[in-house]
Structures are given as C-alpha cells and as structure tokens.
Design a binder for this molecule. Structure first.
Ligand SMILES: [Zn+2]
Length: 288
C-alpha cells in the first residue's frame, strides 16, 4: 500500500550579495549551524523559495527536482564549517512499495572493505576517499603548526573543513546509492548491531569515518526498508559471526583480526568477511 512520508531534500544555495538578512547562528563551535522556518516564515511560489524579510528568492542549485506538486512544510537553512550554505526542504511524498522479491542479503561491516555481502561481493569505500583522507591528514598537520589566534590558523582551519566536507559529501552520496540498491534488490537485509563495537574502538580518523559510514548506512537502510515494504533484521551484537564456519557451523576458538582467509576442519575455505556476512544472513533469517 502506498504511504505518505515526510522527506527532506537538501540543496546548496548561494547568498545574494547585499542581502543582509541571512540567519545569524549563535553557536560558532557547532560544525553545522542551522535555522528553521515554518510555513508562515517562507514563501513558496512557482518553484522559488523566499525567506521572510527577504526581497529575493534563494539562489538554489536544484541538483535534483522536488517531487511534482510538492508543498514544503518546513525549510531549514544551514551553513557548514566549510562556509557553504544549504537549504533543506521538507515535503510530504507518496511512496509506493516495491514488488516483492525472494532475494535476501547479509551485510558485514568491514575493515578492508566498507561492507562485504553474503553473495561474496565486497563494496569498497568511495573512489577518491583514500586520496582525500591523505589530504585531510596533511591539512590537519598544517593547522597544528599555525599559531593560535593567527589569521593563518583561521585559513588552515577552513582548509581542513573543506576537505572534510568533500569526504562527507562523497560518502553520503555513495551510502545513499548503496542503501537504495540493497533495499531494491532484496526482500530481507540482515546487518549486525555494532553499537558496542563502535564504542570500544580507539578513534583514529579512518575509524571514525568508517563508524560514521556504518551508522549512516544503517539508518538509511532502516527508513528505506520501511518505505519500500522491505525487511531489515538487526542481529545481536554478541553473535560470533567471524568465528563460525558458515558451511558446517563449527565455532573456532579465536579469529585474530589479521586472519583474512582460513580453512575449517570440515574442508571449507573461507574469506573472513564473506563467511561473516553469510553467518549474519543465516542468524537474521533464524531470528525472524
Ligand atoms: Zn566447517
């Protein structure tokens, strides 16, 4: 059955020179400052959006169209730490469930790959991410060398924010496509609950980015599954997905992180992550 959901569409916009009434944000510390406008505080007409007290509509880059006939109910203007302006437009939208399918998929959150699927496919991090991370580390080192309070330090901080914003943008786009694909292709998607694992990890930058990716992927899978009539199963965080042989069910005593492939006494040889993804799928199907 079709359902009506609230969906936010986010776009960049460019402030009009000389237009002084952009929102002023109280907290400068927050990485993203925002101001919300309810229905009476903006005007939506002929595909243009004008905030209260402004004479000109926002110069929005319509990177994808709003659904036809959409009536925005709330508009949120924000500026990220790289100094870019965004407007998020909340609309009500009719979503139809997808045709049912028999496919089911287990998803393992990876170390070498971003995720590994029970079909054996490894989904790696977005292209350019490795190079971007190197640039980020370099920009951070440069920032650390600048004197506190100096103009050069402010410049260096903006540089860090810009590189970080680019990584986050590419990652968001990538996770959006990945979650849509997983939900489209499968009736049931099974993932692990990684809440605890994430908390006990030491927080290197690469780790923090991967953990954030996993949280974003999970929440996207959650709402898309609900929209499209699919099922998302989350298996227990203590489930020993890596130590179990997916062929015979034997439990290994240990499975150190550096072991990428292994052979079970039953003769099955495993890729660590593919084996884990298969176990996650089986556990999820058993749990339902
Ligand atoms: Zn075995």
């Amino acid at each position: 059955m079709a359902q009506i959901v609230k969906r936010a569409y986010m776009y960049r916009f460019y402030p009009t020179p000389g237009q002084a009434d952009y929102p002023t944000f109280k907290s400068r510390k927050k990485s993203r400052a925002s101001a919300e406008y309810t229905r009476s505080a903006f005007r939506w007409r002929d595909g243009t959006l004008t905030l209260a007290k402004m004479s000109e509509p926002l110069r929005i880059v319509w990177s994808r169209p709003l659904p036809e006939g959409a009536e925005p109910s709330t508009v949120t203007v924000s500026r990220d730490s790289a100094g870019r302006w965004f407007v998020s437009i909340l609309v009500e939208e009719m979503i139809r469930p997808l045709d049912p399918t028999d496919n089911r998929m287990g998803v393992d959150a990876g170390i070498t790959a971003l995720v590994t699927l029970s079909t054996g496919e490894k989904v790696t991090n977005p292209r350019h991410e490795r190079a971007d991370r190197r640039k980020l580390a370099k920009a951070q080192r440069a920032l650390a060398r600048k004197a506190k309070g100096s103009a050069n330090r402010a410049k260096a901080r903006l540089k860090v924010a810009r590189v970080y914003a680019r990584i986050a943008d590419r990652r968001r786009d990538f996770l959006h496509k990945l979650s849509t694909r997983l939900v489209r292709e499968n009736q049931t998607v099974v993932i692990e609950d990684l809440t605890v694992r994430t908390m006990v990890r030491n927080h290197t930058l690469a780790r923090a980015i991967s953990d954030a990716s996993w949280r974003e992927l999970r929440s996207a899978l959650e709402y898309k599954a609900a929209w499209y009539g699919r099922e998302l199963v989350v298996v227990d965080r203590w489930f020993p997905s890596s130590k179990l042989c997916s062929a015979c069910g034997a439990l290994q005593d240990t499975m150190p992180l550096n072991v990428r492939t292994w052979e079970c006494a039953c003769g099955a040889s495993h890729d660590r992550d593919v084996n884990a993804a298969k176990n996650i799928l089986a556990a999820g199907l058993a749990e339902r």
